[in-house]
Design a protein around this ligand. Structure first.
Ligand SMILES: Nc1nc2c(c(=O)[nH]1)N[C@H]1C(S)=C(S)[C@@H](COP(=O)(O)OP(=O)(O)OC[C@H]3O[C@@H](n4cnc5c(=O)[nH]c(N)nc54)[C@H](O)[C@@H]3O)O[C@H]1N2
Ligand SMILES: Nc1nc2c(c(=O)[nH]1)N[C@H]1C(S)=C(S)[C@@H](COP(=O)(O)OP(=O)(O)OC[C@H]3O[C@@H](n4cnc5c(=O)[nH]c(N)nc54)[C@H](O)[C@@H]3O)O[C@H]1N2
Ligand SMILES: [Mo]
Length: 768
């Protein structure tokens, strides 16, 4: 075990000096390019670039430095001067690289040349772009002649609206809707849940709502690590007297207290703002029961004294109210307490806070979406909001906090496996072809296709698919059986080390880098979490002269693999991205009117949202109350107390599968990621002590052995029956079949596991 490992309770706030220190460490380690400071000063500004980290909204009046610790880390990570050159690849076989951890692989630096995998030598070799596109085109043509449905076009949520539009068109011209994206592992649950109940797939909250909210109900979103800029809005709201209450199995520091690193006074005086007024530690999957309990209490108060519910709103705008009320009435407090992990008084207290507030916001993240009954969780939260008309009024609404910086935008411009969500007739009219109408593969189905051998080729526009999906073992085994694998990427990751018969690793420009094409400097656009569109202009010199932009790579793959279609001006689009924006506007005129002009609007320009106007584009024409399908969002562990619910977590030092380092500062874990957080009562029952080394084994009935050895026990403030460990190290434990009903988002927040003590000491993954 590494001498660097240190587990110690963190006493400070989120933000503050800790975040500044962490940044400096990171900048030194990554040998940043000189342009990094210049880049940071233009992050999330008009005429600057949109942060490559999370999708949180960019204010119209930004702070002098409108970035957070983790946004800056993402910039530093992209602007490193370290390189993964052909010399590096010549010196390491791919088999050897598989023994490296996620951190070490990406830490090599930026990819600089297009590379082709040589099976005989087991290394990546440099290749010219021309040869790469020729061979990829040949291979794709051959598969298309057989069956165009055998290719998957994955996107990871970061690529711009321009690239994404071109990419979806490539897939559809090729002949399929196989366009899974990272959203399928993330907020797809939201995109399935919300249209059924409020008639739009995205949230209703805009940035200025934070100035008017009286209460914010927070479910399963770790703001301090994953969208820290949002702490500014929360801090201001809290100071204004807005009541923030949090539902989370873990006490996440960012949701407890915060010192704004942007405020000299706060930094010097060490003052901090309490963020959450109440913190309810629900069990994993306990939110449906918790919200049902709150609603039950509201109905009881209404029956006792009246004046609680917004009857006028319910009568005019809602459907299904009586059924939901009857359901809440039938649930006993005992069962609600057992399923939620909260006491009746806590649910009643939350109900009292809710009832006092005129405008309430519901905010949520992966803690709701990555469960078997994630769709029900989100819809139950909508039930709560509807009771007092908290949709479509200032300061109120639903706020899913999206992940990747353009994940919401990719869906908006057609990256979707669901043909009914895409204006296919419009594409037909604009480009003179018959778009495929059959449902495509989402992430889970793409995995099944790869496991069965039906999928013959995988094209990845960014991301680390193989590492992000469940069922790591069988997936890594099946992956090389594909004929063709093409990865467009900025850095080397483990997903690049499993290769089809023909395999390419294509390096692209990062968003922060200058993108110059025939007509000059190019700008790209994204959509943030609050459905606002922004322009983003790269500033840094590209790390290598051999990089191509993502639009260029997509266009060249399209030209090499598709029959000529004069109606699709691939070259003109690459020469001038404003032409792609014109095409987007022509495809979606209501959303993107005057796109090229409005993209410079400070704070972004807004997508029209029907629910905000209380127009309900649902089947009933109303906002729908839904009776929950289950009281627990999780699996049923029956009577077996030794099966725990494993929550797979992000540390404060990673962006998804990109591991920046080994410091999960707020949770007090330093120097290792190989830990499991356990409740002391569970530890005592299982005969475990602090720092014991254990194996987690999946408890499932499918007779497949899945285990993650070498985890150090960390006693932690986490509800009994639950445990926590890091993603992606623990993805090996998640059965592919365990996903959210309807949305098929893997149930990464409730994996049934047993903890087995290891005999003897096992070498832990050491820090760098
Ligand atoms: N720095 C950084 N920023 C990021 C990312 C990153 O990895 N690093 N990832 C980006 C992406 S793609 C995404 S999707 C977002 C993810 O951001 P989040 O939505 O915050 O996702 P997680 O960190 O996976 O977990 C969220 C929280 O859910 C809690 N939780 C787990 N189970 C439950 C439950 O059953 N109920 C409740 N109420 N809470 C629960 C966990 O304790 C955790 O605090 O962040 C984005 N931003
Ligand atoms: N167990 C568990 N599994 C999870 C989750 C969880 O909470 N628990 N979360 C899920 C979620 S929410 C998500 S979003 C997915 C994430 O899944 P992905 O989006 O597939 O994964 P990332 O780790 O974000 O991808 C990182 C890689 O993207 C590449 N990259 C970075 N910038 C660029 C760029 O500008 N262009 C291109 N072309 N490539 C770039 C780099 O090569 C880097 O190695 O993981 C999911 N998996
Ligand atoms: Mo995500």
């Amino acid at each position: 075990m590494s001498s660097h490992v240190r587990i110690k309770r963190y006493e400070g706030p989120a933000g503050g000096w800790g975040s500044v220190q962490s940044l400096f460490k990171n900048a030194l380690k990554n040998k940043v390019r000189l342009s990094t400071l210049d880049a940071l000063l233009h992050q999330n500004k008009k005429s600057g670039f949109a942060c490559v980290s999370c999708a949180w909204a960019k204010p119209a009046k930004p702070h002098p430095a409108e970035f957070c610790e983790n946004g800056a880390k993402a910039t530093i990570w992209e602007l490193t001067s370290k390189k993964a050159t052909p010399d590096f690849f010549a010196a390491h076989t791919v088999t050897e690289l598989r023994s490296w951890d996620d951190y070490s692989l990406e830490a090599v630096g930026r990819l600089t040349h297009p590379m082709r995998y040589d099976h005989l030598l087991d290394i990546y070799e440099p290749v010219s772009w021309q040869l790469a596109f020729e061979e990829i085109g040949r291979e794709l043509k051959a598969i298309r002649a057989d069956d165009p449905k055998k290719v998957v076009f994955y996107a990871s949520g970061r690529a711009s609206l321009e690239t994404s539009y071109m990419y979806q068109l490539l897939a559809r011209l090729y002949g399929n809707n196989n366009l899974p994206d990272s959203s399928n592992m993330c907020h797809e649950t939201t995109s399935v849940a919300l249209p059924e109940v409020i008639g739009q797939p995205v949230g209703t909250v805009r940035l200025d709502d934070f100035e008017h909210a009286d209460a914010i109900f927070f479910f399963g979103q770790n703001t301090g690590s994953n969208s820290p800029r949002m702490l500014h809005q929360l801090q201001e709201a809290a100071k204004r007297g807005c009541t923030i209450i949090t539902f989370n199995p873990l006490k996440e520091r960012g949701l407890e207290r915060f010192t704004n690193p942007q405020s000299p006074t706060e930094m010097l005086t060490g003052s901090e703002t309490r963020i959450s007024h109440r913190y309810y530690q629900v069990k994993a999957g306990g939110d449906i029961a918790a919200i049902t309990g709150i609603c039950k209490s509201l109905f009881e108060r209404e029956a006792a004294s009246g004046g609680i519910l917004d009857h006028a709103f319910i009568a005019e705008h809602c459907h299904g109210f009586d059924d939901f009320r009857a359901y809440c009435h039938e649930q006993s407090w005992g069962v609600l307490e057992a399923e939620s992990g909260l006491k009746r008084e806590e649910m009643e207290e939350a109900a009292a806070i809710y009832a006092r507030a005129n405008a309430v916001m519901g905010v949520f993240g992966m803690g709701l979406t990555q469960h078997k009954h994630g769709v029900t969780s989100v819809q139950t939260l909508i039930n709560l909001l509807l009771l007092r008309g908290n949709i479509g009024k200032p300061g109120a609404g639903i706020c899913p906090v999206r992940g990747h910086s353009n994940v919401q935008g990719q869906r908006t411009v057609g990256i979707s496996e669901k043909p009914e969500l895409v204006p296919l007739d419009k594409l037909k009219e604009l480009y003179g072809f018959e778009p495929p109408r059959e449902e495509g593969l989402n992430t889970v189905d793409a995995c099944y296709g790869i496991l069965s051998g039906d999928v013959r080729a995988f094209v990845g526009l960014g991301g680390n698919f193989l590492r992000a999906v469940p069922e790591t073992g069988p997936m890594e085994e099946a992956w090389p059986r594909m004929r063709l694998t093409v990865q467009v990427a900025t850095k080397l990751n483990r997903g690049h080390l499993f290769n089809g018969d023909v395999a390419y690793l294509l390096p692209c420009l990062g968003r922060i880098e200058v993108d110059r094409q025939e007509t000059g400097l190019q700008v790209v656009t994204m959509e943030d979490s609050t459905a606002c569109f922004h322009a983003s202009k790269g500033r840094a010199r590209p790390i290598s002269e051999h990089l191509l932009s993502e639009p260029k790579i997509v266009a060249e793959i399209a030209k090499a693999s598709l029959p000529v279609n004069p109606q699709v001006p691939w070259d003109d689009w690459v020469a001038d991205y404003s032409e792609v924006r014109n095409a987007i506007e022509a495809t979606y005129p209501e959303i993107f009117k005057d796109f090229n002009k409005r993209m410079w609007t400070p704070g972004g320009f807004e997508k029209p949202l029907s629910a905000n106007k209380r127009e309900w584009k649902t089947e009933t024409g109303k906002a729908n109350f839904r009776v929950p399908k289950a009281l627990s969002a999780s699996f049923d562990n029956g009577a077996d107390k030794d099966v725990l619910r494993l929550i797979t977590l992000r540390s404060n030092d990673q962006f998804n599968t990109t591991v920046y380092g080994y410091s999960d500062r707020f949770r007090g874990v330093e120097g290792t990621r190989m830990i499991v957080f356990l409740n002391p009562a569970d530890m005592a029952r299982l005969g475990l002590r602090d720092a014991d080394i254990v194996t987690l084994e999946t408890a499932s009935s499918d007779n497949v052995a899945r285990s993650r050895p070498g985890l150090r026990v960390v006693p932690y403030n986490i509800p009994e029956g639950c445990c926590g460990a890091y993603y992606p190290e623990c993805n090996v434990l998640i059965p592919l079949a365990q996903h959210a009903e309807q949305s098929k988002v893997p149930a990464a927040k409730s994996v049934p596991v047993r903890v087995v003590k290891q005999d003897g000491q096992i070498q832990l993954q050491a820090a760098e």
